[in-house]
Design a binder for this molecule. Sequence first.
Ligand code: ADP
Ligand code: 5GP
Length: 204
Amino acid sequence: MPMASSSLGRLTVITGPSGVGKGTLVSRLLERHPEIWLSISATTRSPRSGETDGVHYVFLTRSDFEQQIEAGGFLEWAEFAGNLYGTPRRPVEDRLQAGRPVLLEIELEGARQVRQSFPSAFQLFIEPPSLAVLEQRIRGRGTDSEEAIARRLARAHTELAAVREFDASLVNDDLESALAALETHMGVAAPATAKPEATRAPGK
Ligand code: ADP
Ligand code: 5GP
């Protein structure tokens, strides 16, 4: 018997141009809300320094990735800046069935596929304050070759033009403010912090 939809976890898709700060925002969000489960994507791109197989991505050869496509193993997949990226289907479906909130951090074509297969998913777009700041962030990250930077910036124009397809968007300018906006959109309250002195009762 199918499960009642109210017991299924909520699926959220986060999209935005490379370098906008998706990874930074998502890792801060997960530190504060460990109940949210982030899907680990598969990719054919090479690991960046500091990236671990099975943690940041599952790194596959192109032929292994293509076999997974044939076997229907991806919920969605797309080519981005010369590499293939995809969301393994089974782990996502298992977590949703178990009632966990699930997060996908994927590019535009994948978000469009999820819109077809999971119309009830919440789709959020992250915008940079400007294209100049986006370029500074990609360069500041120091992980991409000039060719990769050029491809990512070219692709950013297409992605930014699609912002209106999304249920909501936020600008990642000040990180703390963007994180708070992300929490609001995801319907998770910010963790409680110590009350400021001024709000304490007198004498305490
Ligand atoms: P993405 O995952 O979207 O490709 P990253 O999370 O890798 O982007 O961020 C790209 C760079 O921008 C990183 O060096 C990160 O530290 C920096 N960054 C992210 N958010 C902000 C922000 N709000 N203000 C300044 N720098 C930021
Ligand atoms: P990066 O190479 O910078 O880690 O990721 C490049 C782009 O691929 C980013 O926009 C990221 O959101 C996207 N991406 C990561 N995993 C997936 C995935 O599983 N599917 C799709 N469609 N895009 C992904």
